[in-house]
Design a protein. Structure first.
Length: 88
């Protein structure tokens, strides 16, 4: 009985974290419930689904994540952009 309570706790924890990050509460609840520690950990490490800031390389126009410092296509050093893109 207590095991179920612990599993539900992990499920809710993973679900809330997943929901905050723009994913499905129910999906992460199931993951947290089935894989107690791993599920919560995965939810914490899971990237934000929405509004991941992006930027465009001024040299070759490749769209990269904001935190990328060197363009993966042309190798140009990238400055911190004045405005980030939010398109995918
Ligand atoms: Zn580039």
């Amino acid at each position: 009985m207590s095991l179920v309570v612990v599993l539900v706790f992990f499920g809710v924890a993973a679900g809330v974290i997943g929901k905050i990050k723009g994913s499905s509460f129910f999906l992460w609840f199931l993951i947290g419930f089935c894989i107690p520690f791993g599920g919560v950990l995965a939810a914490i490490l899971y990237r934000f689904d929405r509004k991941e800031p992006l930027r465009r390389c001024p040299e070759c126009n490749k769209v990269l994540a904001l935190h990328v410092q060197v363009c993966t296509r042309c190798g140009r050093d990238l400055e911190w952009p004045e405005e980030a893109l939010f398109e995918r």
